[in-house]
Design a protein around this ligand. Sequence first.
Ligand code: NAD
Length: 358
Amino acid sequence: MEPKLTDLTPPQGFERLVLAEAPEAGLRALICIHSTALGPAAGGCRMWPYAGDAEAVQDVTRLARGMTYKNAMAGLGLGGGKSVIIGDARRDKTPAMMRAFGQAVEALAGSYYTAEDVGISTADMAEAASRTRYAVGLTGGAHGSGDPSPWTAEGVFRCLRVGAARVFGSEDLAGRRVLVQGLGHVGLSLAEKLHGAGAELVVADINQAAVQDARQRLGAASCAPDEIFAPQVDIFAPCALGGVLTEGSAAQLSARLVCGAANNQLATPAVAETLRKRGITYLPDYVVNAGGIISVASEIHRKDDRWRRDRLAGIAERIAEMLARAEAEGRTTTDIADSMVERMLARSRNAKPQHAQA
Ligand code: NAD
């Protein structure tokens, strides 16, 4: 049976918010399209046990808007969108649910491309892709770009080096103490790279098995998930969920550099200024974590590995420019990044609408 799609009123400035329901497959999902000004919307699908629809709407809209900024900044010829499935990925997810989700994405007729995010694996995306042409991040096939997470981790790692060069005077991470929050697809890969570069790790995850693994294999120290601001560290790498940097946590943070994969790390935009005033360099999440969507975009646009690698290299170059400008102009890096994207979007609004080719 086709899932039932209901258009909800989207927040101002958003294009579309759709509730997709297929009770027989256990699916209750929200798909949000923030903007297609620069191309079809693209952004991952997250599965999370939200307390209710309101919490899910808040998350999917924030994430979809973030994708518009991320995709614009990375020059991918894609707009911004995101989807969330309400439920516990470890307990509730089934192949039938993912197929029903794929049908919902197909019904949007290419205005939204989906891929993996928190709680969703390449195997889940393959199930969705059996029902839609607009599921990417697939393994195999002529154009499959595979799991985006290693690309995200590599982009974050490179930016972290650029940030370290500016903050500590050297990109060498040997002996630097780095706290990695979240040891999932991206966080674990990042922790492995940091370990390889000689960094001292402190890790935190709600999943104790992941923490034990990092302690044993990577010689990491660990702390409780609700004590991540207690250890003295040089660098904080948030790789769990959003909203970790609040006015309160920004005041407690010992790190001088923040660079991680999580989307929407700042609970409110004002936290960026609090961090700046404390002399903490924050690398905007949607700039540093674009590696995964770059990989996914190569699949959407049918581009080769060289295209993907060139764009990945562009992330760290952009961060270096932003850091130099932030220092010269006495502004936050988020302010600089946001104003760059807003100029791009304004230019596209003034021009005749067209879906740019990457
Ligand atoms: P994942 O689901 O594989 O990993 C998330 C990890 O965070 C899990 O191990 C989970 O147990 C842990 N976690 C959840 N709440 C926590 C808490 N309060 N404290 C400590 N750990 C907690 O997800 P992922 O794909 O690794 O993504 C991580 C973050 O990066 C997310 O915010 C995601 O949106 C963002 N991101 C991911 C990609 C990608 O390519 N996967 C791309 C861009 C951004």
